[in-house]
Design a protein around this ligand. Sequence first.
Ligand code: SAH
Ligand code: SF4
Length: 415
Amino acid sequence: MPDTPAQTELLSLSNQELTELVQKLGEPRFRAKQLADAIFRQRRESLADISTLPASLKSRLAQEDIRIGFPKIEARFQSVDGTVRYLIAFADGQSVETVWMPEGDFGEAGDGSEAGEEEEDGYRLSATGFGPDHRVSDIDSKIDLGDRDPKLAQRNRKPATGGGKPVAARRSRATICVSSQVGCAVNCQFCLTALLGVKRNLSAGEIVGQVLAVLRDHSVELDRERVNIVFMGMGEPFLNYENFMKAVRLLVQEVGFPESRMTVSTSGIVPRIIDFGREAIRPKLAISLNAPNDEIREGVMPITRKWNVEALLDAARNFPLRPRERLTFEYVLLAGVNDAPEHAREVVRRVRNIHCKVNLIAFNPGPGVAYTMPEHERVLEFQSILTESGIAAFIRRPRGRDIYAACGQLKRTVA
Ligand code: SAH
Ligand code: SF4
């Protein structure tokens, strides 16, 4: 597997590594804190922008070819629903996609916390009241969640800022969908990213850099606004496990995101699910189930031949959940393939003894992918079979479909 290019980028360094670096350069330890503040909190793009550092240290860093590694936003695509899809490029010219959803897609709840339950209210509304193609503006009028809190509502009414760039109205519950690899090797048959194959892993700094670039583009103040992160962009995070986990720790410890506001989705890399359960700091876990049995899952997700549905569910069953946390199963509904009532009943039988919820995602179409979207009635029927059997099930609203920003549509499309 091609790995990250050799480079020293400060965005990949933990506090301890930054400290070792400044000491190696003959500087006092507090320089590490200044550097960390400048790059992770103030989102400085280059060393020249950091006024707290002495020129001598800046030139030493430059001599050693040490850079911040802040990625470049190469393009932005703005959806009618406010979603922004970014093409973000790194030092070697490779690029990934990162998506900003001003109101989230409601797929990031799942721990049963207050925040989670609020988000699930949104699911219920969209599940019962609207079809998959309803514009967000239709929904906004009914779920103006910001208005529950007068202070937030006030802020939400302020015009958006963002350096004159296309930015939707400021919301209090935005979500950033982050990529973990350039392309993906897993080859799920319904996913556009799979068509790229995998080019390379992203470094921890490249994963963190996507978040910082988007926060900076929207002038987000993290202590005043609630932003979620979902690791659901291009790539399989658990096939780039070490860098992904390092990025998580940097986001929690240096950037200041609570781990409860992060969710990672995996196609089902069973040994890494087990490792992940042992991590002291970790996001919530979502597993892309997508089929009720091996026969169907092998057809849509060839990785099932390596870890079958039972092995996956076993890992899920044994996953050490935190208090009030529950696991999420994602289930992409593909018309005529896995969306029949008997499939829903089979899902019920298989996940019944797992503390979980199921997020249903109607297939997002794309060129070169041979599936079709299910009828909305079919999606609702699937959902009610689950909910009537006591399994929480929510329908995820498609976000940014018109700009190829929705789940499974990330393929570095440039028009
Ligand atoms: N690689 C990880 C995370 C990225 S994909 C994973 O597969 O879990 C995020 C979610 O999008 C997954 O649940 C995946 O099943 C779903 N997805 C992929 N292609 C899709 C498509 N065309 N329509 C709807 N959802 C899709
Ligand atoms: Fe990779 Fe996830 Fe797409 Fe499967 S669905 S090909 S694992 S990005």
